[in-house]
Design a protein around this ligand. Sequence first.
Ligand code: KG4
Ligand code: ZN
Length: 332
Amino acid sequence: MLLALETSCDETAAAICDSGGRILASEISTQMELHRPFGGVVPELASRNHLIRVQPLILSALTQAGVRLGQVEAFAATSGPGLASSLLIGSTVAKSLAMAAGRPFLGINHLEGHLLSPFIGRAEGISPGIALIVSGGHTMLLQLRGAGDYMLLGTTRDDAAGEAFDKGAKMLGLPYPGGPLIDKLAKVGDATAFEFPRSMLDSRDHHFSFSGLKTSLLYVLPKLPQPLSEECLADLCASYQEAIVEILVEKTTRAARKLGQRAVSISGGVSCNSRLREAMQERCDALGLRLYLAAPNNTTDNAAMIAYAAWHRFQRGQSSELTLDVDPNWRL
Ligand code: KG4
Ligand code: ZN
């Protein structure tokens, strides 16, 4: 049994997996409502709330899994990247439990958690291929060769895909975090109503850029009658979303073909986007690529993915020193 905590940003989460890497419990307490009035995450507010929420969440995960604390053989926590004051709560609690129980501690990279999340619960385990991580803070294209063996192919030159969603939503007057709302409004909009740029689509590298897209939304808005009609807002959402989705789908599948890979996996909060899931599936089907999607509740921040990544490391005999520091900029 392994207990994992995730407190890198504004979600407090605890999960338990068994010796086969199966997730027995995955509990999340979101602070979204708390930060919404500020239009983004307030670090001190986040860490203070992790402290309040983490202990009841651990108890509820143990109850859910039907496991006693004494049965837990290893304790894991996200140690970076993320907000330092938030990371410190989860990692300090996991280290304390490990120390008290005389069990190993594993400091896990949050991005490795996202990266492996599409394979949670799959009997075949991790499938090698091209992996796209799209979250609020990161956009990364990697070649996934196996657990612990990753090669970075490309990242974003400016904003992350989630930031492009959130900043675009803010310009449209939608509350934080705007990604899920754009997804919802886009369903009734026309994705061809507005022409947005597809930056770096034809660049020969595997990098991304989303700042031009954001700027073009900024220029188009003053030309439209204000306040925006419901129909116009939905069309803007659908067109803006389509630009992001097309870039992500094209660059990911091109990388797979270029590198002769037969599988694609996508993870991170943005991989919850319904249009991205649909478009990536269509493109992969057309190209004969196998697509691995994380379950929707494992796309945004959660502890199941941290437990799963920790389990793979624990299986290979790895653990971390209790002196391991948190690293807000820890690279995968
Ligand atoms: O992975 P995540 O929970 O946190 C980070 O590690 O950053 O990702 C959060 C991001 C936010 O930018 C949020 O707007 C975006 O994921 N997101 C979505 C959707 N659900 C979450 N973006 C577009 N469509 C969605 N359905
Ligand atoms: Zn994340």
